[in-house]
Write a protein that binds this ligand. Structure first.
Ligand code: URA
Length: 303
């Protein structure tokens, strides 16, 4: 009953996502910074008005070059979006560097450049945080809820601004990743990476073998076939089904069973990629280990 997926799809996906060529050098004029000199007697403001025509030494210049980072990466690293979406924001003209609008893709910035998106300052070098929450029932997966219902953010007592990686329904429990790494989040959710999620579903009635076969053959949900790579029926309770999918459609498990006339009574996510919440009580969270983060990044070509 098992349908295995080989890794070729992932490799293809990685290729699809390969970064374009290194940052263009066309912005080098931006990178050549004017040097200011300051005597011990003059004020800093006065010194800023003085422009030295002296050029940096090649080594100093190289050192500055080494510190430059692509603007889209700095924006993504701040956690507000992915690198790809940051490129869209840059092209839309809503990104400023030191007060000037930048629309060039591949533009690079130094650590002391002031960056803003839609007028909001973007801090640089934010520490990346990766956690897994064992989500309990009755919590909305969102940073904020318009109706003021409790959200998963209420369970995380961290000062850092993090967000959930994807969605779980209000009554679904289990593994929920949260991070401030926009790039990783975007890739983990992108269908081309085929990141596996495993669920335990309790149905309203016993799952028939013919329906299990139909699920593995591919049930169509919202115009495409749901790719269930593994399915296991608990022999002691055939209402209980474990299944692994590699897509990220909202309500996919419930929709899948609904198509065959079943209702999902309980749904618990057991794993997201390599991450599980075993030994974490519902409502608790933990930081991912370095190795877990490394594995996640490797899966989506960020290492
Ligand atoms: N599928 C669903 O139906 N609900 C979830 O919360 C997750 C996957």
């Amino acid at each position: 009953m098992e349908k295995k997926i080989d890794s070729s799809g992932v490799i293809k996906a990685k290729k699809h996502y390969e970064e374009k060529s290194a940052a263009s050098r066309s912005e080098s004029s931006h990178n050549k910074k004017t040097r200011f000199t300051r005597s011990s007697t003059e004020s800093f403001a006065q010194s800023r008005a003085k422009i030295s025509l002296k050029k940096s030494s090649p080594r100093a210049q190289q050192n500055k070059e080494d510190q430059l980072t692509r603007l889209n990466k700095v924006i993504a690293d701040s956690g507000i979006t992915s690198r790809r979406n940051a490129d869209d924001l840059i092209q839309q003209g809503v990104v400023k560097v030191n007060g000037k609008t930048v629309t060039t893709l591949g533009f690079r910035v130094s650590p002391d450049d002031e960056i803003s998106v839609n007028g909001n300052p973007i801090p640089q070098n934010i520490k990346k945080i990766y956690i897994v929450l064992n989500k309990p029932k009755d919590y909305i997966v969102s940073v904020k809820d318009e109706s003021n219902r409790q959200t998963v953010m209420d369970l995380i007592n961290l000062k850092s601004r993090i967000f959930p990686v994807g969605r779980l329904d209000r009554n679904t429990t289990g593994v929920l990743l949260m991070t401030n790494d926009g790039d990783l989040s975007h890739r983990l959710l992108h269908p081309s990476y085929e990141i596996e999620k495993t669920y335990a579903a309790l149905l309203d009635r016993n799952l028939l073998e013919k329906d299990a076969k139909a699920i593995l053959a591919g049930i169509e949900i919202e115009g495409s076939k749901a790719n269930v790579s593994e399915l296991f029926i608990d022999p002691n309770n055939t209402r209980k089904v474990y299944l692994t999918l590699n897509e990220g459609k909202n309500h996919e498990v419930k929709l899948l069973f609904e198509m065959l006339g079943y209702k999902v009574k309980q749904l618990d996510r057991k794993a997201f990629a390599n991450i599980t919440a075993s030994r974490l009580p519902k409502g608790d969270w933990r930081f991912l280990t370095k190795h877990e983060v490394f594995q996640l990044k490797k899966m989506v070509g960020l290492f």
